[in-house]
Design a protein around this ligand. Structure first.
Ligand code: NDP
Length: 256
């Protein structure tokens, strides 16, 4: 058997939305296995705090303030990571937002904002990182979907469209870039306790208990639940795994 299956020493990872929630959970998992981390987000205070946490634990990390919906800013971000950390091996497309409204109440600006933050950003970041990954002989891209990649939801038409799109985008890049030794996979989180869902719990009465009842594991997920799957999908352990969409959901998607 090969050794060092999960070793990420010498690798460089970009994590969008890495300054909190699920993104920070994945960044910590990648760093714990040896990767240097570029935290990408708009909120510089949150990003600086995430970098400080990583550095305090002995990891190499930088923050790159970027709006991932902006094509020029994304290109500059990848270039800066390459310049400051030397290479790009791993890209986690995790930045995301939701606007909770039924389809008939959603306006075009709201639709565009959700699609560009959750889906177009993954295209922009992946396209910008592709040459850097090719230059080092391969890479790993991890896209973050949702249970709404699978199920519909009356209150989240743009969000569900973006997360369904993420799965098809993942499959397309997996096929296109297999010859470049770039593996592209998606993770589909269940209900996870983060800022995003804390807002949802304030807006939807009873949501907390409904999630507990609907999840076989009978708990909300935590950001730490994403450290292992991120390390697996970023490491040589997953070199023959590509184009998949893996639920990390305590059994939510398999309960009838
Ligand atoms: P958070 O709200 O904690 O994190 C969202 C992150 O996205 C923040 O770090 C934010 O950083 C970043 N972000 C948002 N817009 C932009 C932008 N335009 N440019 C750069 N960064 C941006 O939520 P979660 O951790 O819960 O969500 C992370 C991902 O997981 C999302 O894609 C979400 O859809 C998905 N997900 C979450 C679930 C859950 O239950 N929590 C379930 C299923 C999927 P900043 O504000 O600094 O820009």
């Amino acid at each position: 058997m090969k050794t060092g299956l999960f070793d990420l020493s010498g690798k460089v990872a970009i994590v969008t939305g890495g300054n909190g929630g699920i993104g920070l959970g994945m960044a910590l998992g990648l760093a714990a296995n040896g990767a240097a981390i570029a935290i990408v987000g708009r909120n510089e205070t949150k990003s600086a705090a995430a970098v400080a946490d990583l550095v305090k634990d002995g990891h190499k990390a930088i923050a790159v303030a970027t709006d991932v919906t902006n094509e020029a800013a994304v290109a500059a971000m990848v270039e800066r990571v390459r310049r400051e950390l030397g290479r790009v091996d791993i890209l986690v497309n995790n930045a995301g937002i939701n606007i909770r409204k039924p389809p008939e109440a959603l306006d075009i600006a709201e639709w565009d904002s959700v699609i560009s933050t959750n889906l177009t950003s993954a295209f922009l970041c992946s396209r910008a990182a592709h040459p850097a990954m090719k230059a080092v002989g391969g890479g790993k891209i991890i896209n973050i979907g949702s249970m709404m990649s699978i199920f519909g939801a009356s209150f989240a038409p743009a969000y569900a469209a973006s997360k369904g799109g993420i799965v098809q985008f993942t499959r397309s890049c997996a096929v296109a870039w297999a010859a470049d030794n770039i593996q592209v996979n998606a993770i589909l989180p269940g209900w996870i306790d983060t800022d995003l869902t804390r807002r949802a719990r304030e807006q939807i009465t009873g949501l907390h208990d409904k999630v507990l009842a609907r999840t076989p594991a009978a708990r909300w997920g935590t950001s730490g639940d994403f450290a292992g799957i991120a390390a697996f999908l970023a490491s040589p352990a997953s070199d023959f795994v590509t184009g998949t969409a893996i639920p990390v959901d305590g059994g939510f998607s398999v309960m009838g």
